[in-house]
Design a protein around this ligand. Structure first.
Ligand SMILES: C[S@@+](CC[C@H](N)C(=O)[O-])C[C@H]1O[C@@H](n2cnc3c(N)ncnc32)[C@H](O)[C@@H]1O
Length: 208
């Protein structure tokens, strides 16, 4: 493995195994094979769990990291429990510019700390597929007002682990202040709005 690959992964995996635990919990909660992760940087933890992952980012370190395919596989192989074959690909581009990925072809779309992924990439998600999204950068708020989505679960973190829950979902996404949540407002803010109750991340199902 290249020294650069090792260094980039060590910086990404600062809370060792944290992301892997998140994706493990997600994989136990939904049925997914094909995953799309726009704005992933070098977070390859989905490949430790899922068999077919497409990574997208426009950072200049991204192609350098993925060019060391053997090194990337070494990191993944060290953590993968199953011995099933897996594949991944990397696309170095701006996810807002239109991805060369078939519409409605992925089972899980991931949006973590990377802007309004759901706005630009939902077209690639199957109806019935899932969006994993966190509150940072406002994309969870965006999904909550998107008519194509229904909130189907929340992920909370406790004792270094993630818990998936499907109860009291109606109590989430209630703004603390009496304000209208609109696409324009979220663009203006560039982050989520404060809610009375929140979770670490949310799972939405694409319903239309
Ligand atoms: C804060 S990092 C988060 C990385 C990873 N999702 C994580 O949670 O560790 C945000 C990443 O999103 C990428 N990003 C932001 N906007 C993007 C865009 N429009 N197209 C592609 N990548 C983007 C940045 O290059 C950066 O690598």
């Amino acid at each position: 493995m290249d020294a650069r690959t090792a260094k980039l992964w060590a910086a990404q995996d600062r809370h060792v195994g944290d992301r892997q635990r998140l994706f493990e919990t997600v994989s136990r909660s939904i049925d997914a094979n094909k995953v799309l992760y726009p704005g992933c940087y070098v977070d390859i933890s989905p490949s430790m769990i899922f068999d077919d992952v497409t990574y997208v980012d426009n950072d200049k370190q991204f192609p350098k990291f993925f060019d060391d395919e053997d090194g990337v596989r070494e990191i993944i192989d060290a953590q993968r429990d199953t011995k099933t074959r897996y594949k991944f690909r990397s696309i170095h581009t701006d996810y807002t510019s239109g991805l060369e990925i078939r519409d409605r072809s992925v089972d899980l779309l991931v949006s973590l700390y990377a802007g309004f992924v759901s706005e630009h990439c939902t077209r690639h998600l199957k109806v019935g597929g899932s969006l994993l999204v966190n509150a940072s950068h406002g994309d969870a708020s965006m999904a909550s007002i998107d008519a194509r989505y229904e909130l189907t679960g929340v992920l909370t973190s406790r004792d270094n682990n993630y818990i998936f829950a499907t109860t009291n979902l109606a109590s989430y996404f209630m703004p603390k202040k009496d304000e209208d949540v609109t696409i324009e407002r979220l663009h203006e803010l560039g982050r989520g709005i404060p809610y009375k109750k929140s979770a670490f991340a949310y799972l939405f199902t694409r319903t239309s």
